[in-house]
Every structure is written in structure tokens, then in C-alpha cells.
Write a protein that binds this ligand. Sequence first.
Ligand SMILES: Cc1cc2nc3c(=O)[nH]c(=O)nc-3n(C[C@H](O)[C@H](O)[C@H](O)COP(=O)(O)OP(=O)(O)OC[C@H]3O[C@@H](n4cnc5c(N)ncnc54)[C@H](O)[C@@H]3O)c2cc1C
Length: 454
Amino acid sequence: MKYQVAIIGGGPAGYTAAETAGKAGLSVVLFEKQNVGGVCLNEGCIPTKTLLYSAKVYDQARQAQKYAVGVKEVSFDLPKIIARKQKVVRKLTLGIKARLTACGVTLVQGEARATDARHVECGGEMYECERLLLCAGSETFVPPLPGTDTVAYWTHRDALECKTLPQSLAVIGGGVIGMEFASFFNSLGTKVTVIEMMPEILGGMDRELSCQLRDLYAKKGVRFLTDTRVTSLAQTDEGISVTYENGEGASSLTAERVLMSVGRRPVTHGFGLENLPVERDGRGRVRVDARMRTSLPGVYACGDLTGHSLLAHTAVREAEVAVRDILGKDDTMSYRAIPAVVYTNPEIAGVGETEDSLAAKGIAFRTVKLPMTYSGRFVAENEGFNGLCKLLAGEDGTVLGAHILGNPASEIITLATMAVELKLNVKDWNKVVFPHPTVGEILREETGVVINGH
Ligand SMILES: Cc1cc2nc3c(=O)[nH]c(=O)nc-3n(C[C@H](O)[C@H](O)[C@H](O)COP(=O)(O)OP(=O)(O)OC[C@H]3O[C@@H](n4cnc5c(N)ncnc54)[C@H](O)[C@@H]3O)c2cc1C
């Protein structure tokens, strides 16, 4: 069995590479050991956002009177929320399979292992290829804490399947995944505590906005323990005891459930990496160049496996770049404008540089901050709530970054992403006509402030 392209892993990186190569007329074999769609479709981006949307609808229904709408009884059905999530996942994964079939990709179900740069073994069969793409993704990192081997803690997978609402939940790790689950369970009424080792939640996002989001969730009843290190877990009759240390000394709390969400790391086993003499960095991650080539000719790596950003949209773009290189087209990967979104309610999103990163690089910049209530549409749709939009521009007016707290930050950030990636100057961006009334208009207002200086 000979193919021009063999791909290990059917997540966003793998299925995008397969579809792009298949559409271009290459013969492609894609190996997937679990479900096509990878973490993103089956247990990541899509299922979390489906659950969060149910929580958002529930929140909105409870607050409907703010908009002069009466709703008599508001309730939720957790098993049905989970069932709807399965339905959404099934629909999307079937869609991906159909697209792969339509462009002639051979999908092989099973655990694949590269035996060298030109051969992959799967299910007792040997497949020969001209180019090999490694897209095996990442896995949950579980810190070696005393008690993790005896306590039935949750990972995101368990949280996504939860059909009985826990009374209390301790979330270890206040990153994106931790905060999204904290938001979901807080909306449904669980007593949530977020324990974060760093001084602030959502490391890497704009610090001021992260702090504002934390304050908002604290008002909604979430307890935050920042600058706090979990030291052990233990099962007790009352639940799981979480022992921690912070500036105030050692202490503990007990929760019915504990969600482990301290981070993810690239997979390094199970797909034959040991048979491929590719260069790796100090942390064992496969090194790639701007065309996603590894140091081994004909072998590429894309997606979470490279450890660049651990986001699905990065994986998709990296896969496109790799296939374009295979096709002899000139394309390179840029990490200048990778948007990051936290789908809490309200959402928080950012792209490009932060004030902290610019200060660390010694780059002179100007910050324009506007309350979200500058946008008429935002005021119309967000009774009694404000947010913040921040635009960072270089001294010459080049857009360097943007950070938004307020709905729908996840949608508006795309405008700023284009500006940062294309190195737009605020003067050019300001000439673009934005539709009115939209929340995104706030970015145009900010370009005006940079230009006119007030
Ligand atoms: C709870 C959660 C929420 C998330 N939310 C978001 C979000 O909102 N936005 C976002 O951008 N990102 C989000 N992510 C991250 C996103 O899911 C990943 O960045 C994305 O899935 C990476 O794609 P990938 O193709 O590199 O790897 P993966 O999606 O991990 O896919 C890798 C695939 O390779 C397969 N595989 C591995 N080894 C083998 C083998 N030997 N043989 C055959 N198959 C193999 C695996 O089964 C898997 O299907 C979230 C992640 C989690 C856990």
C-alpha cells in the first residue's frame, strides 16, 4: 500500500492536512486510533462550548427580567445537556468523515506507528509513503502530587460526561480549560473553588482583563485561591480533601469533585517517534521550521504535537502550511497573531502582544482603553454590565495587540487578528467601514483615539 502522504492523528491538524492534500489530488492515508476530529471535536473545543452555551441560555433565562421579559420557571436537565453535546459532536465528526471521503482520503482506524520516515505500521499492515505528517496531538498533564494515584479526580473528559451535578468542585489550575469548567458548573449552581499556582488566573492573557474576570466570577460565587500550590489529594468520607500552601501557610478544603486542569503536553509516545531521529527541544517536543518540516527530510509535524500554542486554529493553519510545502507552494507559519479566547460569560479574548510582553521586549507602545459601553450595541445587549477593550499600537501606529472582556469577544477578536497579522496601521484600519451597530465598532473608535490623540 503506497501513498504520497501518510498522516498519523485525525484531529484538526491531521484532518485538515488530509483534506487539503486530498483536494490537491495527492493520495492520502490518515490513521486515527480513536475518533476523527481528535480532542477538539470529541472532548475539547466543541463539547465544552456546547455545554457552555446551555449554561449561557440558562443564565440569560434567569436574568430575562432585566430585558423586560418574564420567564416563570427556569430549570435545566443535565443529562439532556450532555446528550445534546453528544449529538453536536456526532454531527460534526460525521461531517468531517464525509469531507475526507469526498476528497478521496483513505481513513484507517487503528493505532499507527512510524517504523521509519517512509513507513507506517497499523493493524498488522505496512503502509509506504513519500511524506509523513505527525499530528498525534497532546494529552492532559497530571502533576505528580501525593494522592493522585488513589483519588478519583476528574479530567476534562469526566467533567464533560457528568450527569449528576456535584455540590462542590475544586478546579486545580485556573487556565482556560479550568475557567471554562468553573464557569459552567458555577452557572448550574455548584460551589466552585479555583486554585491557581500563579498570582493571576489565565496566564498569558491580558493581566488587567484576567483580574476583572476573576472579580466578576468571585461576585458570582466562585472562590479563588491564587498564588496557591496544591500539595496533596486524599479521599475522605466527606469528599476529596485538597491540601494546599500559600502566603498564609498550609491549609485544605474538601470538595465532592476535583478537576485536574493544570495543562496539556505534546504526546511523545505510541506513534513511533522513537524510530524517527527528529530533532527535539529540551522538553522533548519535536522541532519544526516555519514550513512545519522536522529535521528528518520528508517528515512534518503539526498541531499540539509541536507544543507551539496548543490551540485548534493553530493546528489547522500549521497543517495547511505543511501540505502547501509538500505541493511546492511557498507558505510559512506565522505565530504573530494567534488569537486566544476564554469562553466564560462574559468572554475574554486577546491577540498579539500584551502590555507585559511589549514591556519585556522594550518596545515602545501606546495603549487605548475603552469601556465596552462605548458600543451602542453592547449597551443594548448587556444590561447592568460593562467590559473593557484595549488596543495596543506601536509608536508608528502599527497594531500590535488587542484584548477584550465582554461578549462577543470571541467574534470581534478576528478583526484585530487580521490587523495584527497584516501589520495594519491604525490609519489604514480606521478607513474601513464597520457595520453599525456592532460591538466590533469599538475597535474602530480606538483607532480614532490613536490617530487623533484623545
Ligand atoms: C477541554 C478542552 C477544551 C479546548 N478548547 C479549545 C478551544 O476552545 N479552542 C481551541 O482552539 N482549542 C481548544 N482546545 C485545544 C484543542 O482541542 C487542541 O489544540 C486541538 O485538538 C489540537 O489538534 P491536533 O490535531 O494537534 O491534536 P488532537 O486534537 O489531540 O488530535 C490528535 C489525534 O491523534 C490521534 N492519535 C494519537 N496517536 C495516534 C496513533 N499512534 N495512531 C493513530 N492516531 C493517533 C488521537 O487519537 C487524536 O485523535 C481544547 C482542549 C481541551 C482539552
